[in-house]
Structure formats: C-alpha cells, structure tokens
Write a protein that binds this ligand. Structure first.
Ligand code: NAD
Length: 485
C-alpha cells in the first residue's frame, strides 16, 4: 500500500489505460471521447475485449480471497490514503473532467472535492456485529460478510463522484471492485484506476473502458457477485434482467423527474434564483435536478419573472472560460435528445418564458429554457429531458399538487419551498421520492442513504445501509450450552 510520493509521477495527460491486476493495460482496438465544448477528439482509450473482462474478473476473484481478510482498519487506511492522493491531484482531475464532461471548471473542482469527501466520510462508517437477542441460554448476532467481487457501472454526468461513491463502500467492506465508466467519459475514471495501484493490492480496484458491449459483458459474466449501477431506468432494467441469470445482487440508481413545489410562503426572488440554479446545475444533467417546477397561483407571475431574470444571468460556454455557469450538454446523443424537446415547442404550441433556441456552436450548447404552463401530460412534464429545459406549472390546491407531483413512475427526489415549516413538513411527508428536501434540492450527504422509489431504483447507496448492500448478512444463533435441548 503506497505513499503519496509513489504516485507523484501519475501522468494525467498522456496515455489512458485499463487497470487490470495492478498493471496498466492497453488494447489492440482503441476509441476516443469528444470534448463537448468544441467537438474535438479527446485522447484514445482502450476498447476492452471479453478476454480483458475475464482477466479482470479472475484477478478480482483472486484478490478477494485476501482483501476480505485484511482488517477493516487497514482497508480504511488504504481508502483514506487514496482520498489524499485524489485531493493532491484535484486540479489535474478537474481539468480533465472539464475536457471530457464539459462542466465549468469550478463545478469540476467541486466534483473532485465531493469525490474526496465521499471517500473520507464513507471510511468513517463501520459495520460492527450486532447482538439482537441475548439471554442466559443464547446469543443471536447479526454480522456482515463481503459478497465477493463487485462491478460499478458509472454514467457520464458525474464520473468522479459516482465512481468514488461505489469504490469506497465496496473496498471498505472487503469486496474488490471493477469500475466501468461510460464510453462518453472514460478519462477520469481510468485515472482513478491508475491512482489506486499505489494504495490497493493488484485486482482490488480495476477499471475497464470499452464500447457499448462492455456493460452487458460484465453484468452477464458469472464471476461478479454484485452490480452497482447508476444510469437510466431503461438500462437499469436490462442490468437487472442480465444479473438475474446468476442472481447477482443489484443496486440500481436510476432516472428522476423531480418536482419542486413552491408555496406562497416564500421570498419569491431568493427562492426563484435557488430553484433555477438547482434546475440548470450541470446543464440539467443531474438525476436529482429539479425537472418540474410547481408554483402557487398567488405568486406565479412574480415567480416566473424572477426565474426568467435569474436564468438570463446564466453564462453558457466552454467550461474553461472565465465566469461560465453552464457548460455544453455532454454528448451528441444527449444533445439530439434534448433538441427533440425544442422541436416540440412549435408543434405543441408551448409558451416560452425564457430561452427557446439552440445555440449552434461547434460544441453541444443549449440555452437554458423555461416552458410556461405546458399541459400536464406533455412530454416536457412526463419525461426526463436531462438537459437545460424545464416546465413551470401552476397550482392552487395542496392535495392536487401533491397528486400531480407524485403522478410519475419515477421517484428519485422532490422538494418543497416554504418559510412555513409546518406546511413544508406536511407536504414533504406526502411526496413519493427517495430524497425529499425543504428549501433546497440535490444536496446529498455520504452518511445518508440515497436511492429511488418506483422506477428510480432498487436499494440505495451510502450511509450504513449503503455499505451493508455490499455484504451478505449472516445471523449467528449461539446456544451457550450443548447439553440441553
Ligand atoms: P445510461 O443508462 O445510458 O448509461 C449508464 C451506464 O451504463 C454507462 O456506463 C453505460 O455504458 C452503461 N450501459 C449501457 N447499457 C448497458 C447495458 N445494457 N448493460 C450494462 N451497462 C450498460 O445512462 P447515462 O445516459 O449515462 O446517464 C443518464 C441517466 O442516468 C439519466 O436517466 C439519469 O437520471 C441517470 N442517473 C441516475 C443517477 C442516480 O444516482 N439515481 C445518477 C446519475 C444519473
């Protein structure tokens, strides 16, 4: 297990390799991502083959025999050392993140910090044995043992944070992990694998990049015992079907269509700026972004104006430029998908409060847009655009707005905006979502469980339960004497 000096030579800008069994490994075929701010190709990365998957799984299986027996304190020490190293390289990781993902450099720096924070905070959690029953004759103990080998499948919106959020719980609980980044954003995750070689024995933290075949190969492979998947609900269903064949454990963190309910008891200007910021953060490409804004009728016009004023202050551009609030959409596929909502503006006769045009630059830029009172059953309300376009809707009856907020197959997050805590708490408790906020949104905590209701996911990550999800539960029934029945 390494030291910071050992990783000082990590070269973040030349050469991107898989990390398999402690070695940096290339592949015959390579591919590249694209810088979404200018359409230019990023460096070549490996396209893993089925043999690479076999090698990584075999190495992880072998490593699990010893890693599972390493004392918790030592595994924790390794994770904390790794966190320090990531922090030491924060600036380089952030630059690389902006180059591959497109987010403004300040947001990229924040994501690296959050990755470090998640590694450190999750390392404070311990899974100790619990005595659940005890009397003179017996003791009943619940304990947690590693599942074996896990696979972490990561999307393209937060490649560092979401990879760290899988690496820490898996490694702390004694399970080697293979990380599979999105083909759109492989760069930082490959470097997370490279960085890990100085802190974890071979096979414990491996990273494979590839094309669209790689995810299905990993989920179908008989070797891994658990898949921790973050991505869309549609892909989550494919992952679960594939994992079912070998009864792999799954944790699925999927899509969201989060409502924000704004009551009349708010400071309109301040609330509008915060709601707007949380709808357009990361150019709307957040599973937990505000995707439907319900505003009380009595303040609707004033709120819309404040939201429009705020939205006009957002500066869009290359994430490396000064003062940029929003970068481009991350990839051409997503760009085309978001543009279909813009095509619907004329077709569906939607009113535009602000925005409404695509900026045709070489990059995938889209002007933040608010659609004013579209029909409740329109695509912009019922689907997750995953881009900077949001519907603004009106309400006047509490029970009705709660029903509308809950009228979706998704249930990831939701928020209530009110200075009346009694009102806010009353509404919040009736919302069907895994995370419900009052007067904020998106804010997560590594000690709190994070997961979705309905088609937003199965299981949850982080907190004590998030670590337990990488474990088998074992109940020990200890009878204190063998002499009696
Ligand atoms: P996606 O489902 O297309 O891809 C996610 C990952 O799965 C990628 O690494 C991809 O290569 C891989 N993949 C694709 N097909 C696969 C298959 N058949 N088997 C195994 N792996 C496969 O999602 P995306 O477009 O990268 O991300 C956007 C979506 O993710 C949005 O719906 C968003 O809401 C959701 N998301 C959810 C969370 C959460 O924590 N709940 C966080 C971020 C994003």
């Amino acid at each position: 297990m390494g030291s910071l000096s050992a990783i000082a030579k990590l070269d973040l800008f030349s050469g991107f390799y898989n990390t398999i069994n402690g070695k940096l490994t290339g592949t015959e075929k390579t591919r590249h991502g694209v810088n979404p701010a200018n359409g230019k190709p990023n460096p070549e990365v490996p396209v893993s083959t089925p043999q690479d998957v076999d090698s990584a799984v075999a190495a992880a299986k072998e490593a699990s025999k010893t890693w599972a027996k390493v004392p918790w304190a030592d595994r924790k020490k390794a994770v904390l050392g790794y966190a320090d190293a990531l922090e030491q390289h924060a600036s380089d990781f952030a630059k690389l993140l902006t180059q591959e993902q497109g987010k403004p450099i300040a947001t990229a720096e924040l994501e690296v910090q959050v990755g470090v924070q998640w590694l450190r905070e999750l390392a404070k959690i311990e899974l100790s044995e619990e005595i659940v029953q005890e009397d003179n004759e017996k003791q009943v103990i619940v304990r947690y043992t590693p599942l074996g080998v896990s696979v972490g499948i990561v999307p393209w919106n937060f490649p560092i944070h979401l990879a760290c959020g899988k690496i820490a719980p898996s490694l702390l609980t004694g399970n080697p992990i293979i990380i599979k980044p999105s083909p759109f954003t492989p760069y930082c995750d490959l470097k997370l694998g490279e960085l890990g070689r100085s802190f974890f024995p071979p096979g414990v933290l491996q990273v494979l990049s590839g094309d669209d075949n790689l995810g299905p190969w990993l989920t179908a492979h008989p070797g891994p015992d658990k898949i921790s998947f973050t991505g869309s609900s549609a892909t989550g269903k494919l992952v679960m079907a594939s994992a079912a064949k070998t009864l792999k454990r799954v944790t699925l963190e999927l899509g969201g269509n989060d409502p924000a309910i704004v009551t009349k008891n708010v400071d309109v200007k301040a609330a509008a700026a915060k709601v707007g910021g949380l709808a357009f953060f990361n150019s709307g490409q957040v599973c937990l972004a505000i995707k439907r804004i319900y505003v009380h009728q009595s303040i609707y016009d004033e709120f819309r104006q404040a939201l429009v004023d705020f939205t006009k202050t957002l500066k869009i551009g290359d994430g490396n430029e000064e003062g940029i609030s929003l970068g481009p959409v991350q990839n051409s596929m997503q760009f085309e998908k978001v543009k279909t909502f813009f095509s619907d503006i004329e077709k569906e006769k939607w009113n535009i409060a602000v925005g409404g045009v695509n900026e045709e630059k070489p990059g995938f830029f889209i002007t933040p847009t608010i659609i004013d009172k579209p029909a409740e059953d329109s695509r912009i309300v019922t689907e997750e655009p995953f881009g900077p376009i949001v519907p603004l809707l009106e309400w006047n009856d509490e029970a009705d707005v709660i029903a509308r907020a809950n009228n979706t197959k998704l249930g990831l997050g939701a928020s209530v905006w009110s200075n009346d805590m009694e009102e806010a708490g009353r509404i919040a408790r009736k919302l069907d979502a895994g995370s419900v906020w009052v007067n904020t949104h998106i804010e997560l905590d590594p000690h709190a469980p994070f997961g979705g209701h309905k088609e937003s996911g199965i299981g949850y990550e982080w907190g004590v339960g998030g670590l337990r999800a990488y474990c088998n539960l074992q109940t020990l029934f200890l009878k204190k004497s063998a002499s009696e029945l």
